[in-house]
Design a protein around this ligand. Structure first.
Ligand code: ADP
Ligand code: MG
Length: 272
C-alpha cells in the first residue's frame, strides 16, 4: 500500500515554529509531532493561531523562526519537496461553483502535474470514493455544503499526499453532511494511511476523528493529549467542551462563534 502508516515515523515534526505579524506573535515557538497515519486535531478559539500554523506547515506562509519536518522534509530548506507530499483543504471554500465536479477535479489533476493517461482514472476513483460520481456532471453551485466539502477533499487527495491538512473541514455543515465528511475522512486513513492534521471548533468531531488533540490558545499549545487523556486531566466526568473551557477560558456557541465563559454563565443564570 502506498503511504502505509508507519508508527515508528513522525509525519509531522514541528520545531520551535514561530510566526509574528508585527508585534503580534500569532504562533509562538511551537513544538509537537504527529505519528504517521494518525489524525491530529487542533482546537482553539478564533485568533488562537490555528490557520497561521496550517499556512506555515503547507508552505504558504514563511515562518519567522523555527521549522517543521513534513514527511521527512524540512519546510524551510525544501518547501518544494514538502509541497509534493501534502494536500490542503483551506478554511475558505475553494471549489469553483461555475464548473462541474469533474471539471474541478481535472483542474486539480493538471495543477498537480498528473500524467494525462492517469487523470481520468484517478478522477473517476476520487468521485467514487467521495460518493460524488452521480453528480460529477453537475455544476458545483448546485451541490450541498457536504458535497462541496467532499469534492474539496477529493481535490486535495488526487495526488495521494502522505499528509493532509484541513482547516475546519466541517464548519457550516448540517449534522448529516458532517457525518458524510467524517466517514470519508476515516475511509481515507484506512485506505491510504494518510496522516491528517485538522483544525476544528467541533468537539464531537475531534472526539470522533482524532487520536491526538492539541488545544491552542494565544499562539501556544495549552494542552496536548489523547481525547481521553485531556478529559481525564480536567475531571472524572469531563467532556471535550469542558476541556476547551478549562484550557482557554472560553466556550463556543453553536455557530462556532466564541463567547467568553463569564458572559455565557451570566446569561444562563438569568435564564434560569
Ligand atoms: N496576515 C496577517 N496579518 C496580520 N495579522 C494576522 C494575519 N493573519 C493572522 N493574523 C492574526 O494572527 C492571529 C491568529 O490568527 P489565525 O491564525 O487566523 O487564528 P485562528 O485560525 O486560530 O482563528 C490573530 O490575532 C490574527 O488577527
Ligand atoms: Mg482559522
Amino acid at each position: 500500500m502506498e503511504n502505509a502508516p508507519d508508527a515508528t515515523l513522525n509525519a509531522i515534526e514541528v520545531q520551535s515554529l514561530t510566526r509574528r505579524f508585527g508585534a503580534l506573535v500569532a504562533v509562538d515557538h511551537l513544538n509537537f509531532s504527529c505519528a504517521s497515519g494518525a489524525t491530529f486535531g487542533l482546537l482553539g478559539p478564533n485568533g488562537a493561531g490555528k490557520s497561521t500554523l496550517i499556512k506555515m506547515l503547507t508552505t504558504l506562509l514563511p515562518p519567522s523562526e523555527g521549522t517543521a519536518k513534513i514527511a521527512g522534509y524540512d519546510l524551510v530548506q525544501h518547501p518544494e519537496l514538502v509541497r509534493g507530499k501534502i494536500g490542503y483543504v483551506s478554511q475558505m471554500l475553494s471549489a469553483d461553483g461555475d464548473l462541474t465536479g469533474y471539471e474541478n477535479l481535472l483542474i486539480s489533476a493538471k495543477l498537480y502535474g498528473m500524467p494525462r493517461a492517469e487523470r481520468a482514472r484517478r478522477i473517476a476513483q476520487a468521485l467514487e470514493f467521495m460518493d460524488l460520481a452521480h453528480v460529477s456532471g453537475k455544476r458545483v453551485r448546485q451541490y450541498s455544503g457536504g458535497m462541496i466539502r467532499r469534492l474539496e477533499i477529493a481535490q486535495s487527495m488526487l495526488h495521494r499526499p502522505a499528509v493532509l491538512f484541513m482547516d475546519e473541514p466541517s464548519v457550516g455543515l448540517d449534522p448529516s453532511a458532517k457525518r458524510s465528511v467524517w466517514e470519508r475522512i476515516r475511509e481515507l486513513r484506512r485506505e491510504f494511511g494518510t496522516t491528517i492534521l485538522m483544525t476544528t471548533h467541533d468537539m464531537e468531531e475531534a472526539d470522533h476523528l482524532c487520536e491526538m488533540v492539541a488545544v491552542m490558545h494565544r499562539g501556544v499549545l495549552a494542552a496536548l493529549d489523547t481525547p481521553a487523556g485531556l478529559k481525564a486531566q480536567v475531571g472524572a466526568e469531563a467532556t471535550l467542551d469542558d476541556v476547551f473551557i478549562h484550557f482557554t477560558g472560553a466556550t463556543i456557541s453553536e455557530g462556532g462563534e466564541l463567547r467568553d465563559v463569564a458572559r455565557t454563565r451570566s446569561t444562563t443564570q438569568r435564564l434560569g
